[in-house]
Design a protein around this ligand. Structure first.
Ligand code: SAM
Ligand code: SF4
Length: 342
């Protein structure tokens, strides 16, 4: 009987606590640990007026740990570290070690530049999967997009991760020239490598030059793929943002993240905390909830977290009524992506 009560309690804490008004259960937290970045990707960094967060306003290691623990206690079972570029933070190793001790699935989204430095740490904490962003296989184009001459290093690090047995999901923002020139090159990577290439539809954020006609949709890309290859649709995981496919006979997979053309808000299980400790309940929402302020003021974190979950809009942060083709980037109230954390 005691065991039954214990099990029921576990079910309650893991499945029902972070439920919003639309019945969505939140079990996945993305924590941005820095707004700084060693790259300058054109689609992510604002073109002007970019100032880094003063360190006093950034969450410290103990604060990140306390906040992560609060979410885990409320049913979060997966945490992704992101940024900015998470690996540039000086105390990154400490943060990863502490969060890895919480007993939940941990992953990272990185631009890959510093991955070789942290491979021993990844092995030590048992990191199983990582998202590595790489937007072009053409060195000159890579330099233009990221503002850094770093293609060889990033690509080399992707191979090192695969050698280490870490699952690599490769994020590629679907920019017009890249898709038109390089889609087959990206797909051919999946032939002999267990890589999972994911094309992300270009999304609008403050200052990133988004216009709706610049979005190359998953349907357009899929049509291009089908002209050349025999493909099979794979089963998507629950809450997945990616629609997965495989080319017949290839080792790896490819996928489309259809945020713009076909949102996946109905099954959203994600919450975000920014590097300055604000909860964002949606990537596209303007609402923010000051968790770090509550922690520093000795207030109840659970109350702020509940408030954020209950305030979640049904679709796209309430800012895309009428679909993305009706939107002007300037009318969307939000931070830049580098200050949210993808
Ligand atoms: N610095 C890390 C990186 O680049 O992977 C983590 C942070 S970055 C903001 C997280 C992800 O967001 C990256 O895969 C990046 O390509 C993606 N991203 C940034 N801006 C985007 C945009 N406007 N549209 C689509 N994806 C975007
Ligand atoms: Fe930096 Fe990642 Fe943004 Fe590129 S996408 S500027 S690497 S945070």
């Amino acid at each position: 009987m005691r065991l039954k009560t214990k099990l029921l309690h576990r079910v309650n804490t893991t499945t029902t606590i972070l439920t919003d008004h639309f019945g969505r259960i939140h079990s996945y937290l993305r924590i941005s640990i820095t707004e700084s970045c060693n790259f300058r990707c054109s689609y992510c960094m604002p073109t002007n007026d970019y100032h880094c967060l003063p360190s006093a306003q950034q969450m410290g290691v103990d604060e990140i740990e306390s906040i992560a623990k609060a979410f885990v206690g409320m049913g979060v079972s997966k945490i992704r570290l992101t940024g900015g570029e998470p690996l540039v933070r000086r105390d990154f190793a400490d943060i990863l070690r502490r969060l890895s001790a919480l007993g939940v699935e941990i992953s990272i989204t990185t631009n890959g530049f510093l991955v070789d430095k942290f491979l021993p740490l990844f092995r030590e904490v048992g990191l199983r999967s990582l998202n590595l962003s790489l937007d072009s296989l053409d060195k000159a184009r890579f330099d233009r997009i990221t503002g850094r001459n770093a293609f060889d290093r990033v690509w080399g690090n992707a191979l090192k991760l695969l050698d280490a047995g870490i699952r690599v999901k490769m994020n590629t923002v679907a920019l017009h020239d890249t898709v038109m020139d390089e889609l087959p090159r990206f797909l051919d990577l999946t032939k002999g490598l267990p890589l999972h290439v994911r094309f992300i539809e270009f999304m609008p954020f403050a200052g990133n030059g988004w216009e709706h006609h610049k979005v190359i949709t998953a349907a357009q890309m899929l049509a291009m793929v089908q002209e050349r290859y025999d493909i099979v649709k794979l089963k998507d995981e629950p809450h997945a943002t990616a629609k997965k496919y495989k080319i017949v006979g290839h080792e790896g997979t490819f996928a489309f993240i259809t945020t713009m053309s076909e949102h996946f808000c109905g099954s959203c299980n994600r919450l975000r905390v920014t590097a300055d400790g604000k909860i964002k309940n949606c990537l596209f929402g303007k609402d923010e909830f000051d968790l770090l302020g509550a922690l520093r003021g000795g207030e109840d974190l659970a109350q702020v977290i509940h408030q954020a979950v209950k305030a979640k809009h049904p679709v796209m942060g309430g800012q895309f009524a009428g679909g993305y083709t009706q939107r002007q980037a300037e009318s969307i109230e939000n931070r830049s992506m580098v200050k949210i954390g993808g």
